[in-house]
Design a protein around this ligand. Structure first.
Ligand SMILES: Cc1cc2nc3c(=O)[nH]c(=O)nc-3n(C[C@H](O)[C@H](O)[C@H](O)COP(=O)(O)OP(=O)(O)OC[C@H]3O[C@@H](n4cnc5c(N)ncnc54)[C@H](O)[C@@H]3O)c2cc1C
Ligand SMILES: NC(=O)c1ccc[n+]([C@@H]2O[C@H](COP(=O)([O-])OP(=O)(O)OC[C@H]3O[C@@H](n4cnc5c(N)ncnc54)[C@H](O)[C@@H]3O)[C@@H](O)[C@H]2O)c1
Length: 480
């Protein structure tokens, strides 16, 4: 802007919410007396989870899982199960359901509430409480909620383009390629590899280290062994060359790989750079996330910046929707409390579960045994295989298992890792116990477990853990 260019007049609001993913849940009747601006630059309204993340991916996972189960059901006596998956039909069902929700939500925000203005463009900070939009509008508010999320990390050797795509493009492909390379070993890569494999694409997954790193070594190994598509571990792409029919990838192990399409899923980076939260003077972690305190207030010079809040991927160490939602609930409550001069609510919910809807499914919370030991816990782990329960016999399963990590003495549940069908549901029984401070003692025998449901896998792991605690106690009493 030159000296002669007149500056746009500042538009004043009581509250500006940047990001209409989890941020879109902040407005409520409690804030009906505030002039609110919701700012979002997404191609579709409603953020990552609704449009290109959790929800559509799982809507693809379901038919993929069904087809895989039928096709691989020979051992159960299923014969000649030939199942075709129709990509276009599945895709159109998914987005036929989701797109109207997105556009309906957008229309409601644009016209449905007199106190809310919707600003559909990119915005960035110019000062602690002031923003400028791409078209030059200047917005100011005493309270700003930063819910700008994250975006896929681009790899230098594989710039995004026609043949190198992200989750967003992958879900809406016009037609399926014959061959696809999936880069990464995280949740996105593992879920998409499983889906495209089931749809008949020749998938090859390239993992820099090990898949689902950070869960538990034994589980990561079991996952790599059980996944039904080729997975190369310990390799990266050094360079890529366009060929007539696709791309040739030169890999770090000296080999080459030809493919039609690359799906890059090498992590997500917070949108603090494009939002220029640095211009607001806020504190950032080394990876670019905003630093928040336990009340979700953004810090500036180590102390809470007045009226600046953040939630979800842009500030959280967990890039998970249930965490972003919880952050948003805290921010919503604290916007009301701070205006009323009441005490703020702390964000102190118990352990964070995560579930990866790949094949086989994986879920966990808390520490692996290695993590617990590195934190100084005197802990042990027990493992119970699905195949040791009646439900496992029904599945004819010999690869799935549940591990729980327990503190010696107290019997506190420090973590759990499950690989196998319905892992996401099973883990919640343990998350619930840990969240409400229940130890392993009495947990199995203090309630009924429907027989012969999959929950008996968890019940048996708990019984085993209790047995170890009893043995420890007996040894201590015997003075051993
Ligand atoms: C493929 C995939 C699958 C996933 N599956 C799961 C799952 O099964 N379970 C789970 O718990 N989590 C899952 N996640 C993670 C989950 O989607 C995110 O943790 C969650 O959506 C983050 O919400 P958010 O509100 O922080 O950000 P978002 O929902 O990303 O919202 C941020 C919004 O801010 C807007 N914005 C950003 N910068 C600006 C700017 N400068 N100006 C204006 N607007 C801006 C963006 O357009 C966007 O709409 C998945 C993620 C991906 C990518
Ligand atoms: N079911 C779920 O809950 C779910 C599903 C999808 C995504 N998510 C969330 O979305 C976030 C993003 O997922 P993601 O899988 O993209 O990230 P991630 O951080 O989980 O995994 C990134 C992967 O990319 C690899 N990688 C990083 N840099 C690389 C490089 N230069 N070359 C090769 N490989 C590289 C890492 O080794 C890792 O395997 C995750 O944090 C996850 O919490 C959750």
């Amino acid at each position: 802007m030159t000296a002669e260019t007149p500056q746009a007049q500042v538009e004043e609001f009581d509250l500006i919410i940047i990001g209409a993913g989890s941020g879109n849940s902040i407005p409520s009747p409690m804030l009906a007396d505030r002039r609110i601006a919701i700012v979002d630059d997404g191609e579709r309204f409603g953020g990552t989870c609704l449009n290109v993340g959790c929800i559509p991916t799982k809507m693809f996972v379901r038919p993929a899982d069904l087809a895989r189960e039928l096709r691989t059901g020979e051992h159960l006596g299923l014969r000649n199960a030939h199942v075709d998956l129709d990509w276009a039909a599945v895709r159109d069902r998914v987005f036929g359901r989701i797109d109207p929700i997105s556009s309906g939500g957008e229309q409601y925000r644009a016209t449905g509430e007199p106190n809310i203005s919707l600003v559909r463009e990119q915005v960035k900070f110019v000062a602690e409480h002031e923003l400028i939009t791409a078209s030059g509008r200047r917005l100011r508010a005493n309270n700003i909620v930063i819910a700008g999320g994250s975006r896929p990390r681009e790899l230098p050797a594989l710039p995004f383009g026609e043949r190198v795509i992200t989750n967003a493009e992958a879900l809406r492909l016009e037609s399926l390629p014959d061959r696809m390379v999936v880069i990464g070993g995280g949740a996105v890569a593992c879920e998409f590899a499983a889906v495209f494999d089931a749809f008949g694409v020749a998938v090859e997954q390239l993992v820099r280290s090990t898949p689902l790193r950070g869960v538990d070594e034994e589980l990561s190994e079991a996952y790599a062994a059980a996944a039904g598509w080729p997975m190369r571990l310990g390799v990266t792409v050094e360079s890529a060359t366009e060929t007539e029919s696709g791309l040739r990838l030169e890999l770090s192990d000296g080999t080459e790989l030809e493919t039609d399409l690359v799906l890059a899923a090498a992590g997500r980076i917070p949108n603090t750079d494009t939002l220029d939260t640095y211009a607001g003077g806020f504190d950032h972690h080394a990876d670019g996330r905003l630093v928040v305190d336990v009340y979700q207030r953004v810090l500036r010079g180590g102390v809470p910046a007045d009226g600046i809040w953040a939630l979800g991927d842009i500030s959280s160490e967990h890039q998970l929707k249930h965490v972003a939602n919880q952050d948003a609930r805290i921010v919503a409550a604290n916007l009301v409390a701070s205006a009323a001069g009441e005490p703020l609510e702390a964000n102190t919910l118990g352990p964070v579960p995560m579930a990866v809807f790949t094949s086989p499914e994986v879920a966990s919370f808390g520490d692996s045994l290695a993590d617990a030991e590195s934190k100084g816990y005197d802990a042990f782990a027990v493992r119970h295989n699905y195949g040791w329960t009646a439900w496992g016999w029904a599945l004819d399963d010999d690869t799935s298992f549940c591990k729980i990590v327990v503190e010696r003495g107290s019997g506190a549940l420090l973590g759990a890792q499950i690989i196998g069908p319905d892992a996401a549901i099973l883990v919640q029984t343990l998350v619930q116990a840990a969240s409400f401070g229940q130890t392993v003692r009495g947990l199995a025998r203090g309630q009924y477990w429907p027989h012969p449901a999959a929950t008996e896998i968890v019940e048996n792991a708990l019984l085993k853990a209790e047995e170890i605690l009893d043995q420890d106690e007996a040894m201590a009493e015997a003075g051993e």
